[in-house]
Design a protein around this ligand. Structure first.
Ligand code: DHB
Ligand code: MG
Length: 218
């Protein structure tokens, strides 16, 4: 039986999350594949979409595309001439994302860069990529500490950073593996980072107990 948090998530979805065919197809695209079923929830997608709109984001960077479900939510918050860049390590995930993003009619504004995201971020920085207005980090957790500086290098004052999975069922209090360790170290670095103001939003729902870090670059 679904627990109360899942039931309330379904209630919130029913009221506020209107997934169209493209989002439903993106959500379903990982079923019976090797792509892990770890995408953000519908309510989290709507939340990121609202954050991007509130931030007036014209350029959004995502680190960790998976099959593009969150990419679609974020790209839909962009204005007509907005730009979405999303980084994915696994070619099979990037291929699925490309299909899902095309189906959503967002191929024109979305650049998918396949490969090691740390290397892609360094290439973007050294290549003079313009700063992003919003950066969503949802990639492999051991890499989180290194991603902080890499995200800041592609930010400007006012950039909003949103970072998934920084609570991990409370494991960050006493990390048991490199995933918990990565998230916990990221949180400590973020808290000590003088160039941001930040907080963690604790979350429950269909994805269990976790948290989203939010930071604004000073
Ligand atoms: C995992 C990764 C995620 O991005 C997520 O949202 C949930 C779980 C994981 O790798 O365990
Ligand atoms: Mg995640």
């Amino acid at each position: 039986m679904a627990d109360i948090f899942e039931t309330v998530d379904a209630y919130i979805d029913h009221l506020f999350v209107d997934e169209d065919e493209a989002l439903k197809a993106a959500a379903a695209s990982t079923t019976n594949t090797d792509i892990p079923d770890i995408r953000i929830s519908g309510a989290q997608g709507k939340f990121l979409y609202l954050l991007a709109k509130l931030a007036g984001a014209r350029r959004i960077l995502e680190i960790g595309t998976l099959a593009g479900y969150s990419t679609i939510w974020l790209a839909r918050a962009l204005p007509e001439d907005g730009q979405m860049v999303t980084l994915e390590f696994e070619p099979a995930h990037a291929d699925a994302a490309r299909r899902n993003i095309e189906r959503a009619g967002l191929a024109g504004c979305t650049r998918i860069i396949t490969g090691d995201a740390h290397a892609s971020l360094e290439r973007m920085r050294s290549g003079g990529e313009a700063p992003f207005d919003l950066i969503f980090l949802d990639a492999e957790k051991p890499g989180y500490p290194a991603y902080l500086k890499e995200m800041l290098a592609l930010s400007r004052p006012g950039t909003l950073l949103a970072v998934d999975n920084v609570v991990r069922k409370g494991e960050v209090l006493d990390p048991q593996d490199e995933y918990g360790e990565g998230a916990a170290r990221f949180n400590s670095l973020l808290a000590a980072e003088p160039s941001v103001e930040a907080v963690i939003l604790q979350q429950v729902g269909v994805k269990g107990h976790d948290g989203l870090a939010l930071a604004r670059v000073k």
